[in-house]
Design a protein. Sequence first.
Length: 398
Amino acid sequence: MSSVVERAAGLRYRDRVLALCTFAFFVTMFGRLAISPVVPRITESFAVSNAAIGLALSGMWLAYGLAQFPSGVLADRYGERAVILVSVGGTGVAALLIALAPAYPAFVVTTVLLGAVAGLHYSVGTTFLARIYDDVGTAVGIHNTGATVAGLLTPVAVTWVAVRYGWRPAVALGGVVGLVGVVLFAAGVRPTEPQRPDQPLRERFRVGPLAELLSRPAIGFTVVLAALGEFAWQGVASFLPTLLIEHHGYSATAAGIAFGGYFVAQGIAQVLVGIASDRVGRDATTAVCVVVGAAGIALALATPNVVLIGVAVALIGIGMSFGAALLPRFLDHLSASEQGAGFGLVRTVYMLVAASGSVVVGFLADVAGWGIAFGTVAALLLVVAAGLAANRLLGLGW
């Protein structure tokens, strides 16, 4: 009887960890997404272009990507709990600093800082869950819903506050959310044992072992796919509301509601995609997602019709849930001892490449229009599908 009780208690604690990791991801995504719905207000406030704001957002994503590998190394040394607490608390502080930025250069610096501290969470949270769950795809899918719920609530809350009080109080909401996240995670998750507490940090940054890991065909191929997909995700997350406002003439409120709908679709899809990746396969599930996403972007560009835009937003949301299937592909090819720093390493590499998504999409929108900008995003999603199809048809085994 006692063993049954202990096992049940372990399951309850495991599920609590999943819930709190998911909420931590919600906090870090809330802070980053709070900027997108108020991009037009920020450009007006600082008298800068879409490309300039895109540059700041790309800097944020670049810092987010750079933080992935060190986060895994730090977690191996100090434990996952400590790193996630720093990430959640740091996100809240950075959001407050952005709201206080007196000029565009300060906005850029604080936005980059936000990306750096927010980036400490995801790789650590994912590998933490991989150690306590057998169905990794399902756990990752649920974990990713933290970002989705943030995407649902952030545009609505931020737009509501921005309309009444301005963009600065709206962005500062991230500070409040960060404080709540720190309190809940600290209270609900026990201290975690580090995996490599005695190994000097400098040994984890030796070039040879890192290059060997990245040179494995299955890892390298997945890095390319993830870079293309993440580029598309960042472009959509940064400018979907602005597309609806400037390309189709939607109001800020309507665009914010549509942006929330995008995340509703993504949230529902994340869990189903994670389950499908465990049962049907990573590659087939990923390919379906990106093709659906490309179709949604094409429809969003083609018509301002409210009903069809709703369909398009739902399709894009489903498409951008590809990570629940694609990211476990990395974990499938990494040993348990490699997952902490290894998953962080591949996240850093592909996100460094993808970090240009915001500035490229913003630049293309300025010089060539929203059709070219988002058409490029759709094309890259189709390249991901083509790569997966070629891998299967040619029997490459990557």
